[in-house]
Structures are given as structure tokens and as C-alpha cells.
Ligand binder design. Sequence first.
Ligand code: NAD
Length: 323
Amino acid sequence: MHILITGGAGFIGSHLSERLIREGHTITVLDDLSTGQLSNISSLSGHPSFNFVEGSVLDRALVAELVQPAEVVFHLAAAVGVKLIMDEPSRSMLTNVAGTENVLDAALQNKAHTFVASTSEVYGKSAKFPFQEDDDLTIGSTKNLRWSYACAKTLDEFLALAHARESGLPVTVLRFFNTTGPRQTGRYGMVIPNFIKAALDNAPLIVHGTGDQSRCFGHVSDVVEALCRLMKTPDARGEVFNIGNDQEISIRALAEQIISAVGSSSEIQHVPYDQVYPVGFEDMQRRLPDVSKLERVTGFRPTVPLSQIIDDISDEMRLPLTA
Ligand code: NAD
């Protein structure tokens, strides 16, 4: 099958590209290398079934040209990460809304099955746990630009589902919860790579606020498995899925586990939110997915434990030092 992956040089996209090449598909990656890197897809360069195009999803003509031969599109390209969204909110919103509009418009022409990457952020401040796909979404004030990412991704979901309803476009919405593993960069505020890097350097692990806030972390290999199964499941069309691991851990306990796992002498430092983000920044206490719909439809639920995630990332980070 011919598959287009936007954002395929990024963290999730590069792992997905490798897996789909192994399965015998023909893959085209479109990426502007803003947060992605060529090194993520270096194992694929020169492969006869792999094609990399450097460009933007904001380039309508290019998107139309690349979607045209594809039977499946994974639209993963986006401005990602709380830090990036807070630093560059307007550019991020444009990428995350207009980019998706371009991909969906192009897919309408050939009815490619289009997977649209969304996020657990769309659940916003909801306090009904675990989050289920049909729950109400509760976001904050427009004065708090943090919510612009959730709003942009919510609009993407609406657009995808509207095209499904109006034109029969086969779409599937992927609500990713925290996904982590090798190749994820800490530059954009991703907590696990940042903590592991600090622990390996015996530097302080900076915990925002009390550290009582909890999160769930999915291994990228589990996420890729979920995507491959959804691609082969006709029942996934027209549906929204939570994709993530449902084992919860507080950020303080995460820091402690990482320090212990890498044998570090690091200390944990608590820093108030207003020293890291603009005043009024809101962080969520919990973000817990209900993955029963994913399991019901695909027969699969993410289970790789946090200990494995920490081992895999720390092994990768140690590599340049020992090579
Ligand atoms: P990533 O930053 O590694 O991947 C995003 C990719 O998109 C990068 O390679 C980047 O260069 C590319 N990109 C950005 N703007 C582009 C543009 N205008 N044109 C073409 N390419 C562009 O991040 P990721 O974690 O792999 O995220 C993939 C998708 O999953 C994103 O849509 C993100 O919103 C979503 N998501 C990820 C997580 C997570 O925990 N990793 C959680 C929720 C949602």
C-alpha cells in the first residue's frame, strides 16, 4: 500500500515509517524538519520503497500532489509541545489548523483513509476520569494561550468528522496521550527525556509545582502497534480513539523512579509554575485515558511499562558517550 506520513521525520512518525516499511508498504514522508530530524529516518534513506520530501503541510499544492497516490495518510505534522505552543502560539495554530485543512481537502479527492493526530489536551480541565472519547471537552479562557493547542486540535477533529459525514471521507481521529521512547527530544518541554538527561548528568530534576500532578506514559512501540491495527480495521473509520497507556504516576514519583533507574545522584527541585510559564498558566492534575474502545476494536491495549521506557531512553542517551 502507498502511505503518506506527514511529520514522518518526527518522533512518532519515524517509528511508524520504519514499521510500515518493514511490513512492505511504500512510504512517503512530508516534513519541514522544524522539530523532526533527518537522523530519525536515516535507517530508511536509500530504501527503494521510501521517499522523503522536505516541505510544509501549509503548501497546499505540494500536499495535494503527495496525497494523490496515497491510499492511507497519517497526518502527524504539527507544532507540538506545551513549550513550543506557549513560545510561538500564532504560528502553531496556523500549522495545526491550516495544515490539517490542506491534508483533508486533498484526501477528499481520492478518498484516502486519513488518520488525524489529536491529543489528550482536548479533554482540557475535565475532571471525569478516565477520559472517554465521547466525554464533554472543557477548555479554559482564550486569554490563556495554553488552550490554543487543544482548540486547534479540536477543530481538526471537527473538520475530519465533518468530512466523514458530508463526503464519506474515511477518517480516524487519534487522541494521543503522553507518548515517549527513543528519539523524543526534550527541547520542547517533554518531561521524560528532560528528566533522564538531567539524571544522567547528575543535575537537578526540575519538577513544576508540587509534583502531585499525575500522567500516564505510553511507549512509542505500543502506539505504533495501535496505529497499524487501526489501519487494518474497517470499524475504525469515522471514529475517535484514545491512544495511550493507562498506568498513572505522579511527576514526583516519576522523577524518583528515573533517578533510581539510572543510578543518579540527582536531587529533585520544585519550581513554581509562574517561574516557568506566564502567570495564570494552568496545568492538569491528571490525564487518564480509557482505552477500552481501542481494545474492543483492535484487540490491543498499550502495556509496555514505564521501567522499559526509562531503560530504552537512557540506553539511547548513553550511546554517544560510549560509542
Ligand atoms: P514531533 O515534533 O516529533 O513530530 C511532529 C513532526 O511534524 C516533526 O517532524 C516536525 O518537523 C513536523 N512538522 C511540524 N510542522 C510541520 C509543517 N508545517 N509541515 C511539515 N511537517 C511539519 O512530535 P510527535 O510527538 O511525533 O507528534 C506527532 C503528532 O502526535 C503531532 O500531531 C502531535 O500533536 C501528536 N501528539 C503527540 C503526543 C506525544 O506525546 N508525543 C501527544 C499528543 C499528541
